[in-house]
Design a protein around this ligand. Structure first.
Ligand SMILES: [Zn+2]
Length: 229
């Protein structure tokens, strides 16, 4: 499970707009999928599928997750490897950070290209994690210059199922609903299982309405077979 310090964990659109208003995207118009087919088709149904042991090995492939309504989240091998590394480093307790990447032009595909380490002011225990915020503004500014931005949150479930807990879902839904939060369609990725040998993943998408949708892990992993529905 995870929690957030402060109302929106320190990432506010107004704050970022001041820093990026000259050439930034239209944060006020909600970068997070509101103009996508996913949003046009309304709330997606909930699926409880996660990547299982049989279809996940630590190869270097990207991972893809989809919703029935056509939203796709791609977790790059690089971001996945970082997450597994950070999680393994604190295998006795949860850890986490933010997800950075970009959307496809039509906003139907979110590509997670980086996962941050835990901010130093984070607090954690064996089954809980409260992400801090120290250093995130700098990370996001740097990302912005590279054409990337905040996409959501990740945390670990050491030795456990990657399925989001009730508090995990409440926390991400609360972020999505928060009026000044940077992103109204945040993604939550959880890495569970054995981080060294058999990490398991789940991906959940939250809507501005507070509805959360657990995405289906797609079994293909070839970049060229990317699903474009
Ligand atoms: Zn959790």
């Amino acid at each position: 499970m995870s929690g957030l310090r402060g109302s929106a964990a320190g990432i506010r659109s107004s704050q970022l707009m001041q820093q990026t208003s000259e050439s930034g995207p239209e944060w006020g118009q909600d970068m997070c999928w509101t103009r996508s087919r996913a949003a046009q088709r309304g709330a997606a149904s909930i699926s409880s599928t996660t990547i299982g042991p049989s279809d996940l090995s630590m190869d270097r492939s990207d991972r893809h997750f989809t919703s029935d309504s056509g939203a796709t989240v791609t977790l790059t091998a690089r971001a996945f490897a970082k997450m597994a590394e950070f999680a393994a480093k604190r295998s006795q307790r949860e850890t986490g950070g933010i997800l950075i990447g970009h959307y496809s032009e039509d906003l139907t595909i979110a590509r997670i290209e980086a996962a941050s380490d835990e901010p130093p002011d984070s607090r954690a225990g064996r089954t809980w994690f409260v992400r801090g915020q120290v250093g995130l503004a700098e990370i996001l500014q740097r990302a912005w210059r590279e054409g990337r931005y905040y996409l959501g949150e990740w945390h670990s479930h050491p030795g456990a199922s990657p399925a989001p807990s009730g508090p995990d879902l409440s926390a991400i839904a609360k972020m999505a609903r928060h009026p000044t939060f940077i992103c109204h369609r945040p993604i939550l990725v959880i890495i569970g299982g054995n981080f060294h040998q058999q990490p398991l993943l789940s991906a959940t998408l939250a809507a501005k309405t507070g509805v959360t949708t657990q995405l289906r892990a797609e079994l293909y992993s070839n970049e060229h077979e990317r699903l474009l529905r």
